[in-house]
Structures are given as structure tokens and as C-alpha cells.
Design a protein around this ligand. Structure first.
Ligand code: ZN
Length: 382
């Protein structure tokens, strides 16, 4: 189920004529998205339906009737999602704010007042869907994104257990005797650096705490964004990736970016590229030399969450890693140099540059997915 009238309304909120009057329209659309995320499907559908109207045929039609309809659509969406007290009257006039009015000036005044009063969305720990998800995504895509947070938490918990076991095995000396599945996993994905298991445990614990306790914003960058749409959240257009994370380090320009956001790209929603959980063939594939990513949707969120909460990066593979792993070197320009995404490159990184693997987001993702699989299968060795 899609919500075309909500799409029209959020597009209107971010129109240029409003942009002149505010620092950050995305603060307001984020607030709208956060509020919609707390409503039931029936309530959201009702709001969408309430935005479906035309200029009343009984009234004399002004030249700007279409603009009035759009502004009224935006004003009503705001009034039905954000419960903010405004002063009783517009600043320069005697009329009261009224989102249901048919007066263009009153409607604009209403939207602008809310743009100026917008603040960071807040809520209990969890994820909320940004306005882009409500405007463009399907119900299934919304459900997949929300479920992926829970799946990421589960994966991360498996990873913490595995890293903890490996750290203890290291102390007890089992690892040296090569007796332990968790030590196998640690060696495969992070190589042999002293203290690696402790460091992996530390970073995964930070990630787990972040996923469990933070209120995080999910933005939609999938296939259903209408061509030429005016409404975009920051970071749109990253179509080639499963999900993209943006932090305030990257976007320090406006207050709105100072929060945790994950943008879900096209690949995340592709049933060919992601799945709910990795299966036996995927785990076997991880140990072979194919370049397939083999990623679960929870794994995609986990990858991004390690960036946000444990400050991991996407490690660019050095010449040394290329050579040691037997890959052809990238071109002189280096444009085709890859980051360590996917099992083949992450295993090469672990073997030849294990310290860097401790900073590489996709290595953590693979480690957790593999750990979950081994634990659920009761595997004793890889
Ligand atoms: Zn990344």
C-alpha cells in the first residue's frame, strides 16, 4: 500500500517558497515521519485519504487554486501528525491559524510556523521511518526495514557471544590448540592480531547498545521514488548500495543532520540481493572465492550500525592486500580500487592486513552472520 497524498504533502512542505523561510525543512518532515511511524496502518491510511480533495466547486475559483490545494494538503498532514501548540494568531494579521482554511496566506502561515518550530524527533529506543518511506515505499518495504533493526540486534548479540567465547578461549589457550569454533571464526574474519577478540567484543557491544537504546531514522532510497520528485532527504541517490549511513561527521551543515540516520538503497529491497537470513549455501559461498555479497537485511543494518556506534569504516584495500591475496592490482588511477565489502575481500583483508579488518564494517557484518549460523546449527568447527 502506498500513500500518494502523503507524498504530495511532504513534497509541498519542502517546496522552495518555504525553504526561504526556514533553516531545515527536513526537520519538519522527519517529525512528520516519526509521528506516522507511531500510528497504526488504519490511521495512516485515514490521514492519506483526508488529503485527497479538490478545490470546492461551490467557491469562486482563484487563479492560484492548485497552489492552495497543495498548501492545504501540507497543512492538514502537519496538523494530523504533529501536535504542537502555535500562538493563537498569525504574527501579521488578525486571523487564527487554520490548516483547514481555503485561504492561501493562512495556509502558508501555518506551514511556515511549523517549519520554524520544528525540532529533532524524539521517542523511545527504536527506529522511525522518515517521510520518504511514507511517501514512496510499499508496505512490504516499510515492514522489511523495521524488521531489519530487530534482525540486526539479534545478529549483533550472536556476534558478541562469539567474540566473548573467542576472547576467553584465547586466555585459556584453546585457540592455540585450534579447538574452538569461535576462535575459528575470529581467525577467518579478523586474522591473528593479539587482543583482536577483545576489540571485536568491544565494538560489537557498542553497536548493540546503540541499536537497542537509540532512536534512529530510516530513510528510503529504493525503487519507488517518482522520477523528478522534489522531495528528497539528504543522501538520496545512492542506488548501488544496500544501505548508506550518514553521520553528522559527513553532513555538518545543518542541525537536522546531527543525528543517526540510515538510508536504505535499492539493493536492500531486492529479493535477489538480500534475504531475511543467510542459509547453508550462503555460508558455503562465504568460504569460496565468488564475489557475491551474501547479505541479510539485518546484516545490512548491522554494517551501518557499526559505522554509527563503533566508528568503523569501509576499508580501502591496499596494494599489499591485493598482492598477498593474488588479485590483479587496480589501475594506476586507483578508481577501481575496492573497499573490503563481501566475503572474498574481507577474508583477504583478515589474512594480510588483520589490523585494518578490526576497523572494517563489513567484516563485523560477516562475522556476526557466520556466528549466528554456526550457533544455530550447533557447528563445532568451520
Ligand atoms: Zn559501510
Amino acid at each position: 500500500m502506498k500513500y500518494p497524498h502523503i507524498e504530495k504533502a511532504v513534497e509541498e512542505i519542502t517546496r522552495n517558497r518555504f525553504l526561504e523561510n526556514t533553516l531545515s525543512p527536513s526537520l519538519l518532515t522527519d517529525e512528520v515521519g516519526s509521528s506516522l511511524s507511531k500510528k497504526t496502518k488504519a490511521q495512516v491510511a485515514e490521514i492519506n485519504n483526508s488529503l485527497n480533495f479538490v478545490f470546492p466547486p461551490s467557491m469562486p475559483r482563484p487563479f492560484n487554486a492548485d497552489a492552495i490545494v497543495r498548501a492545504r494538503c501540507a497543512a492538514i498532514l502537519i496538523s494530523k501528525t504533529i501536535d504542537r501548540r502555535l500562538p493563537p494568531r498569525l504574527p501579521h494579521g488578525s486571523a487564527a491559524y487554520n490548516p483547514e482554511s481555503w485561504d492561501g496566506n493562512l495556509l502558508e502561515g501555518y506551514v511556515v510556523a511549523h517549519l520554524n518550530a520544528a525540532s529533532l524527533p524524539s521517542g523511545a529506543a527504536g527506529a522511525y521511518l522518515a517521510a520518504s518511506f511514507w511517501a514512496f515505499a510499499t508496505a512490504e518495504e516499510r515492514a522489511q526495514a523495521m524488521a531489519a533493526r530487530a534482525e540486526a540486534i539479534e545478529l549483533c548479540a550472536f556476534g558478541v557471544v562469539a567474540a566473548n567465547h573467542a576472547a576467553r578461549a584465547m586466555i585459556a589457550g584453546h585457540a592455540r590448540n585450534n579447538l574452538d569454533i569461535y576462535s575459528d571464526l575470529m581467525l577467518l574474519w579478523f586474522g591473528s592480531t593479539p587482543g583482536a577478540a577483545e576489540e571485536v567484543k568491544r565494538k560489537l557491544r557498542l553497536t548493540l547498545a546503540g541499536l537497542r537504546t537509540e532512536y534512529i531514522c530510516f530513510c528510503y532510497g529504493g525503487d519507488n521514488i517518482r522520477q523528478g520528485t522534489k522531495y528528497k532527504e539528504k543522501g538520496f541517490g545512492q542506488s548501488g548500495v544496500a544501505a548508506v549511513v550518514s553521520t553528522h561527521n559527513k553532513w555538518a551543515d545543518v542541525a537536522a543532520s546531527n543525528r543517526n540516520r540510515i538510508l536504505f538503497g535499492k539493493n536492500f529491497f531486492s529479493s535477489k540481493l538480500t534475504k531475511i537470513s543467510l542459509e547453508e549455501e550462503d555460508i558455503k559461498g562465504m568460504l569460496k572465492d565468488s564475489l557475491e555479497m551474501r547479505i541479510s537485511r539485518g546484516g545490512a543494518v548491522l554494517h551501518e550500525a557499526t559505522h554509527l556506534y563503533a566508528r568503523t569504516g569501509d576499508v580501502l584495500m591496499s596494494d599489499a592486500v591485493y598482492l598477498a591475496a593474488g588479485f590483479a592490482l587496480p589501475s594506476i588511477s586507483g578508481k577501481d580500487r575496492v573497499v573490503a565489502y563481501g566475503p572474498k575481500y574481507c577474508r583477504a583483508l583478515a589474512k594480510t592486513d588483520p589490523r585494518s579488518s578490526l576497523d572494517n564494517a563489513d567484516t563485523y557484518r560477516l562475522f556476526c552472520e557466520h556466528a549466528k549460523y554456526c550457533r544455530q546449527q550447533g557447528a563445532s568447527r568451520i
